[in-house]
Ligand binder design. Structure first.
Ligand code: IMP
Length: 178
């Protein structure tokens, strides 16, 4: 990735994200009410900040596990070929599972991962994405919960990177080349 200077324009503030996570947590807790344990599966690496905030708001007994799937590499375009780089530690058969993704873009990643995990026969499985770029969808897949609908722009921050940079921003911003 050649170094091209860019600036980041704030799109969603840290406060707005926190408020939305409170609402989402309530809905998820209602959906999974009575569960003995919810396995919260974070898709690395972009979801690590979201999952950290989400589980601290969730009023449910939980366990956390992680998976890593390749999609963008270091560029700005999806490869459309999803490879599993890291699988779950634990089994999910007969368990309640929530898959946590940062962004649904073309949809290839979450569709592939959902299919894979569903084949392991969880009792109930739901998906949540912090951000959704509906305009970019190429496959028929929608997350059960979406934090925010966003336009077709490249975003960074709150765990989300551009070539591994800007994950540490507390807000979500769009990348604008200067
Ligand atoms: P999909 O398979 O095209 O839905 O891609 C989903 C993955 O692409 C996300 O988990 C992100 O890692 C990455 N991605 C999609 N859009 C963006 C973006 O705007 N900024 C950074 N990463 C993105």
């Amino acid at each position: 990735m050649p170094e091209r200077p860019y600036v980041i324009d704030e799109l969603i503030s840290a406060k707005t994200i926190a408020a939305r996570i409170e609402d989402l947590s309530r809905e998820i807790a209602e959906e999974f009410a009575g569960t003995d344990k919810l396995i919260v599966v974070g898709l690395l690496r972009g979801s690590f900040v979201f999952i950290a905030d989400l589980v601290r708001e969730l009023d449910l007994p939980i366990e956390v596990d992680f998976m890593e799937a390749s999609s963008y590499g270091d560029g700005m375009e999806s490869t459309r070929e999803v490879r599993i780089l890291k699988d779950l530690r634990g089994a999910i058969e007969g368990r309640d599972v929530l898959v946590v993704e940062d962004i649904v873009d073309t949809g290839y990643t979450l569709k592939h991962v959902s299919g894979l995990l569903n084949a392991r026969k969880p009792a109930r499985m739901k998906t949540i994405a912090l951000l959704n770029k509906q305009a970019r969808r190429e496959v028929d897949f929608n997350a059960d919960w979406v934090g925010f609908e966003i336009p077709d722009e490249f975003v960074v921050g709150y765990g989300i990177d551009f070539a591994q940079r800007n994950r540490d921003l507390p807000y979500i911003g769009t990348v604008r080349f200067t």
